[in-house]
Design a protein around this ligand. Structure first.
Ligand code: KG4
Ligand code: ZN
Length: 324
C-alpha cells in the first residue's frame, strides 16, 4: 500500500491506495474553504497553519495500515511553498519512522490520474486541465510522456471565477458560486469580448476578461450580478471552446478529458461534449468528488510512480512551488 499526502493549496488530504489493485483503502480530506472565504481567496500563512493542525489528525486514523506501507507519496510541486512544505515534512518524518522511501508527485499528474482512481488508465488522451492555478491542454501519452501544448498567459480559468466572485463579495471558492448564480442570469445582457479571439495562438488569457467584468460590476448594482456572472461564465468558456476547436483542426480528438477543480462546472462539461460530438470522441471525466484537490488522485498517480521505481530517499526530496 501507498500512503499519499496532498497539501499544495487549501485542502489537507491523505489517502491509502493498494498498489496491485489500485483500490482506495482510506481517503479523507479537510477543506479550508470556509476559513479562507472571508478573505475572498487563499491566505498562504493561514493555509499552512491549518494544514499543520489537520494533517496529523487525519494521519492518526491511518495507523492501522502503517505496517503494510511500501512508500509515502506526497505532492511536492507545483503549489504554495508554505503549504507544500507541510505535506513534505510529514512525508519525511514518516519515511524515517517507517523506513520506507518517498514518491514525490506532481500535482498536475495527480489531477490527470483522478480520471483513473480505482481503474486502469486508458491512454493516450488529450486533457484540458482547468484548476485554480492552471489552464493547460496536455497530450498524455503515458505517465512519463506528457506534452503541454497550450497554457495560460496570465490567470487561470478557475482563478478568474474566484476573482469575479470576490468582486461581487460572494465568497471563496468562486467557481461553484458563479456557476450557481449564472443559472438565474441572462448571459446575453452583457457582451464581453472573448479573449484572444482574433489571435492564431493556441493559448489562454483571462486577465482582460476579468477587467471587463470589473467595469460591469462597478457600473451596475447587485440586481445585475446574475446576468454579469452568466455572461462571464459564457465568455470564459467560449474562449476555451474556441481554442479547442482551433486545436482539433490539426489534431482531431479521439479520447478527451477535463480535469482539475473547475472541471466540476456542468456548463463547461456540456460545452465540451458539444465540441467533441462531430469527432465522436470519447469524453472522460473524474467523479465530482475527485475534481478538486485530494490525496486519492495523488495515490493513484503514485501507483504509476512506484511501478516506474521513482522512489527517493527523504534527504533528496525538495519542493518546487512554481514548476509547470
Ligand atoms: O484543482 P483545484 O481544487 O485546486 C488547484 O489545483 O488550483 O481547483 C480549484 C479551482 C478554484 O479556482 C475554484 O473556483 C475552481 O477550481 N472551481 C470551479 C468550480 N468548482 C471549483 N470553477 C468553475 N466552476 C466550478 N463549478
Ligand atoms: Zn489542484
Amino acid at each position: 500500500m501507498i500512503l499519499s499526502i496532498e497539501s499544495s493549496c487549501d485542502d489537507s488530504s491523505i489517502a491509502i491506495t493498494e498498489i496491485a489493485t489500485k483500490k482506495l483503502i482510506y481517503h479523507k480530506k479537510i477543506s479550508q474553504e470556509l476559513e479562507h472565504s472571508k478573505y475572498g481567496g487563499v491566505v498562504p500563512e493561514l493555509a499552512s497553519r491549518l494544514h499543520a493542525q489537520a494533517l496529523p489528525a487525519i494521519l492518526a486514523e491511518c495507523e492501522p495500515w502503517f505496517s503494510q506501507l511500501k512508500a509515502i507519496a506526497v505532492t511536492n510541486e507545483p503549489g504554495l511553498g508554505v503549504t507544500l512544505i507541510e505535506g513534505v515534512t510529514m512525508a519525511k518524518a514518516l519515511s524515517i519512522a517507517l523506513n520506507i522511501p518517498i514518491l514525490p508527485i506532481n500535482h498536475l499528474k495527480g489531477h490527470i490520474y483522478s480520471l483513473f482512481i480505482e481503474k486502469e488508465a486508458v491512454l493516450p488522451i488529450t486533457v484540458l486541465l482547468v484548476s485554480g492555478g492552471h489552464t493547460q491542454l496536455i497530450e498524455v501519452k503515458s505517465y512519463t510522456e506528457m506534452e503541454t501544448v497550450a497554457t495560460t498567459m496570465d490567470d487561470s480559468y478557475g482563478e478568474s471565477f474566484d476573482k469575479v466572485a470576490k468582486m461581487m463579495s460572494l465568497g471563496y471558492p468562486g467557481g461553484p458560486l458563479i456557476e450557481k448564480l449564472s443559472l438565474s442570469g441572462d448571459s446575453s445582457r452583457f457582451a464581453f469580448t472573448v479573449p484572444l479571439w482574433q489571435s492564431p495562438l493556441i493559448a489562454f488569457s483571462y486577465s482582460g476578461l476579468k477587467n471587463q467584468v470589473r467595469l460591469a460590476v462597478e457600473a451596475n448594482d447587485e440586481s445585475a450580478y446574475p446576468d454579469i456572472a452568466a455572461a462571464f461564465q459564457k465568455t470564459a468558456t467560449d474562449h476555451l471552446i474556441q481554442k479547442l476547436k482551433k486545436y482539433f483542426k490539426s489534431r482531431p480528438p479521439v479520447r478527451f478529458a477535463i480535469v482539475g477543480g473547475a472541471s466540476a462546472n456542468l456548463y463547461l462539461r456540456e460545452r465540451v461534449k458539444d465540441v467533441l460530438h462531430p469527432y465522436k470522441a470519447e469524453l472522460l471525466l473524474s467523479e465530482l468528488k475527485y475534481c478538486s484537490d485530494n490525496a486519492a488522485m495523488i495515490g493513484r498517480a503514485a501507483v504509476e510512480s512506484f511501478r516506474n521505481n521513482f522512489v527517493v530517499d527523504y534527504k533528496k526530496i525538495a519542493i518546487n512551488p512554481r514548476c509547470k
